[in-house]
Write a protein that binds this ligand. Structure first.
Ligand code: AVJ
Length: 321
């Protein structure tokens, strides 16, 4: 169940009821135009995102990884024997290894990700390196997942949601997502969540507009994904990458700005762009720790523990159901 994309290299059927098509048509018909951020992650987008994680300007991955290494023993001490680790939006599962190394009592790893190629590669590589671990992946949009992957069921569950992926959701959506994760993980669950912290825009902006242009390519890749799977006619070179700090909303926004007047087809729908008109492609909310914890509490979680790194700040929270 849930959103299932076609294999990354095949053309999806362009039929009403295809959620990818429906959401793209809906977003491009809106004023201002928008596209859902989850559609960055086809095979190429997942590769570009891994490249972003290694950029000098993109402090998030490096900072969270160092923090997780430091606190892994404290997290591991709270994980019960035979637990299943359920990861939301797992991608390449790089940070997962830090927890698995610190907590050998974890018996099952159950990653949920929208990209089948990223999930396959991550599962194969973890099975090779952790021969005693049961790897039970689920290809699904994690916002649509209502039950844990099979193989995790009946075990004590530990949710893992690193990388500030929660930042892609507006505060009310983040609250709904945390509430849904609590329902999925069940009564005695714990949830380890990593979220970026609001800071000087002079640090934030370059993290989303790097010198090498990898983030620009990542942003434009959503158009390539639409062209391939929905028969779109976007010229990615006709859109400029923009990253802006919206202080009132405490979020980085990514946009694609049309560099000229143009008409783009998606299936049999035509969309007119004026020069300078933008598609809003992503929000990355940055929370003060108190603000994040208030959202977690409204979603029904108890905040057990919080760690915030030295500058550039990044936070990891342990929540209890
Ligand atoms: C994967 C959502 C955490 O918002 O920082 C990276 C995605 N966008 N560069 C983020 C992203 C542009 C990333 N998240």
């Amino acid at each position: 169940a849930g959103v299932r994309l076609a294999d990354d290299d095949r053309l999806a059927e362009v039929t009403p009821g295809n959620p990818f098509l429906d959401e793209v048509i809906g977003g491009l018909s809106a004023t201002p135009k928008t596209l859902p951020a989850k559609y960055f992650y086809d095979a190429e987008g997942s590769r570009l995102f891994e490249q972003i994680c290694a950029l000098p300007e993109y402090y998030l991955t490096r900072t969270e990884t160092a923090l997780l290494r430091e606190i892994a023993p404290e997290i591991a001490a709270r994980i019960p024997d035979g637990a299943a680790l359920v990861e939301f939006g797992s991608g390449a599962s790089t940070k997962t290894r830090i927890l698995l190394d610190a907590a050998p009592q974890v018996s099952v790893y159950a990653p949920i990700d929208i990209s089948p190629t990223a999930l396959d590669e991550a599962a194969a590589s973890l099975r090779a390196d952790y021969p005693d671990l049961i790897v039970a992946p689920l290809v699904e949009d994690f916002t649509q997942a209502l039950t844990p992957p099979e193989g995790a069921r009946g075990r004590p569950l530990v949710g893992f949601f690193p990388g500030s992926t929660i930042g892609n959701f507006a505060p009310d959506e983040a609250e709904a997502l945390l509430r849904q994760a609590r329902a999925l993980l069940g009564e005695d669950a714990m949830f380890v969540v990593g979220a970026d912290v609001a800071k000087d825009p002079a640090v934030l902006i370059p993290a989303y507009d790097d010198a090498q242009g990898v983030t620009a390519a990542f942003n434009r890749n959503v158009l390539v994904h639409i062209n391939r799977e929905l028969g779109g006619t976007f010229d990615p070179a006709a859109f400029a990458h923009r990253a802006v700090w919206n202080a009132a909303e405490s979020r980085i926004e990514m946009h694609l700005e049309s560099i000229r007047d143009q008409i783009v087809m998606v299936g049999d729908h035509g969309f007119r762009f004026a020069a300078g008109e933008t598609i809003h492609t992503e929000n990355s909310y940055k929370y003060r720790p108190e603000a994040f914890e208030a959202i977690a509490r409204r979603a029904g979680w108890t905040v057990t523990r919080r760690w915030v790194s030295a500058d550039p700040t990044f936070a990891v929270y342990i929540l209890a159901a």
